[in-house]
Design a protein around this ligand. Structure first.
Ligand code: GLY
Length: 463
């Protein structure tokens, strides 16, 4: 957690940005896996944590946008809680840690919201992304769950504030990237024939959890890198395969996330074919990182990645034609079918729960309808303080190649016979976390091996 003043200043800025009314922010509840006493690991709502600090279930915050007064809602521990789960801070202690002196039990929220509504005040809520939140908001607002109407003005104010990271937030993200460095080096030196994907995934997770952290999303550790979200399986690694590891964790005590991807050659040496694709993806990633600066459009950077990759694919004989025309038509999306990256912060896809288009497009950009390009999560201009992942990739997906070939799609632009020869190659994605500074950018964290020679050296060191 940060100092109480930090949370007070964040709330003051939010109250200033919202023109009157009562702001209600719900913390998350525990979520049962299959019965109440066996919950999923708890993850606090990002916006609640941003304004109220506390990382525990069953809490809520109201912020009066007219007076700036905040009230923190929570339940005191019962003797059963204390016996089974141990001692925990009182509600007043949790509130004080966030600079709030007014506290109330959770049930009081119902009366506070009802009184605001009766007084004709606007009650501002954020878009719910869990059924339990939607149901609680529906009860508070006296509407059916499907009729809960999020406040646009609150949502936009939260997005604008949370997108710009302060130095103390950047330090936390950088700490999480430092832990990700350990995770990815672990994966590199475990990329040896005879290991299973499960073993590598477990070691990656342990590199985080043994340092008091936990994963910011389920790790992707696979030789099936052509499937961008493929999870680890029982596959035993073989010499010459490519192991893609996309994983991050959170900074202990603050929850800020990292998200990094590297690709390791199993056994320690990239083949010539692997180098061709790896070097091309690295060229695209470095060009896009170089382009990260205030005023640069992330959509333009995505297009830069697409053009760089398409040019290389033409050189490799996989695509034919003029690079700009290929990209405009979308032929390259057979091999690069996701967006360049996304904001990073308290949420690994930061703020996405508030609406992907609201965060990534707003009124500034229009989402493409083209396969692949439509998965670009963020297309707006970059501003100082934004932290973005930059993660181009190239994939050889047999299902997609066969489907498009059978449909005759891009028949003049794609050499499908050549593409078939790459099936089984897997995929390459290279991802770093990049801060937009006043005059450019900075890749956060320590340098995580990325040049192919450096990756090979770490893999060879684990043999
Ligand atoms: N790194 C996984 C994702 O961004 O979805």
């Amino acid at each position: 957690m940060f100092s109480p003043d930090t949370y007070a200043a964040r709330r003051a800025a939010l109250a200033e940005a919202v023109p009157g009314g009562l702001i209600v922010l719900l913390g998350n509840e525990t979520m049962p896996m299959n019965y109440a006493a066996n919950p999923y690991p708890f993850r606090q709502d990002g916006s609640f944590r941003y304004y109220a600090g506390a990382d525990a279930p069953g809490l809520a915050l109201t912020l009066d946008a007219d007076s700036g007064e905040a009230t923190f809602y929570g339940r005191e521990a019962t003797i059963e809680d204390r016996v089974w789960d141990g001692e925990r801070p009182s509600v007043a202690e949790r509130a004080a840690a966030a600079g709030i002196s007014s506290t109330a039990p959770p049930d009081a929220l119902t009366g506070v919201v009802a009184a605001a509504r009766q007084a004709g005040r606007v009650v501002h809520v954020l878009p719910p992304y869990r059924a339990a939140q939607r149901s609680r908001l529906a009860g508070l607002l006296g509407v059916a769950p499907e009729a809960v109407a999020p406040s646009d003005v609150l949502t936009d104010a939260v997005i604008a504030q949370r997108l710009v990271k302060t130095p103390q937030e950047i330090a936390e993200i950088e700490h999480a990237v430092g832990l990700a460095d350990e995770m990815h080096r672990t994966a590199m030196w475990m990329a040896q024939p005879g290991r299973t994907e499960f073993e590598v995934a477990a070691a990656i997770e342990s590199a985080a959890t043994s340092r008091g952290s936990y994963l910011s999303f389920p790790a992707i550790v696979t030789v099936r890198g052509e499937v961008p979200h493929h999870r680890a399986g029982s596959h035993t690694l073989e010499e010459g395969e490519l192991l893609l590891h996309d994983a991050g964790c959170v900074a202990p005590n603050s929850g800020y996330a990292s998200d990094v991807t590297r690709v390791s050659p199993v056994g320690g040496a990239f083949s010539e074919r692997q180098r061709a694709i790896y070097d091309l993806v690295l060229e695209a990633q470095e060009a896009c990182i170089d382009g990260c600066a205030p005023g640069a459009s992330f959509r333009d950077l995505h297009d830069l990645a697409s053009r760089t990759l398409a040019a290389g694919l033409v050189d490799l004989g996989l695509l034919r034609g003029d690079v700009d025309e290929l990209v405009a038509a979308g032929a390259h999306t057979l091999f690069f079918h996701h967006g360049l990256g996304h904001p990073l912060g308290l949420d690994v896809h930061d703020l996405e729960g508030l609406g992907e288009d609201r965060v990534g497009y707003a009124d500034e950009a229009t989402r493409s309808t083209q396969f692949g390009t439509k998965f670009l999560r963020f297309a707006r201009e970059l501003r100082p303080g934004y932290v973005m992942t930059v993660e181009p990739g190239l994939y050889f997906n047999a299902t997609l190649i066969d489907l498009w070939h059978s449909e005759g799609r891009y028949a003049d632009a794609v050499d499908y016979d050549e593409a078939r020869k790459w099936v089984g190659f897997g995929g390459v994605r290279i991802e770093d976390d990049v801060l937009i500074t006043d005059d450019g950018h900075r890749v956060l964290g320590p340098p995580i091996p990325k040049r192919p020679e450096d990756v090979e050296a770490v893999v060879q060191g684990g043999a």
